[in-house]
Design a protein around this ligand. Sequence first.
Ligand SMILES: [Zn+2]
Length: 194
Amino acid sequence: MKTQIYDGNDLFKVNCNLYGYEDLNHAETLEAIRQGFEDNFKADLIVELDRIGLKFIRLKTFSPTYYNYDGDSIDLEIGIVDVKKYINAVAENETAINELLEANKSYDGYFARTTASTVEEIKDAKEDPDFTPDIICLSYLLSKKIDFTGGIDIGDYFVFDYECMNDDCKNERENVDDELCPSCQAKEDLKNKE
Ligand SMILES: [Zn+2]
């Protein structure tokens, strides 16, 4: 079975990039968001993907090595099971999908490698043995049935890192707004008194 991974930030339109958030335990937060996606959407994704000839494989976390071009995301891996079912789904939603594809072209190549139209998507699906669904087409077909953006708030999954900001100390801060752990704070207060 041919498989494909989609960038969840584009597919679900839920931005999971943690770059710039302070005091987060990055790995634990991203995994918590992934689990949140699974709890909220996995059951629906299995049903909706199956309806359009595709198979849910997994939701996986992605973090870029450098943040220049890419951000953290929760990505979806699918398998291509029944191309005819997928073609029918695209054909049934031609007007709406073509509007989205047209709108995307004016984004100055935001999704540079997207398909030109539903006609091209269907032609590729029929003729290309390496065919994988276009992200805009897939995003539309899934979002039509599943409310991704209204279904999840990544802030609900933040795991804070409470480590003391004194580099020699391994204690945790009591509050995320504190700079130091209670013991370092007490020492600091004492010093200031002297
Ligand atoms: Zn400390």
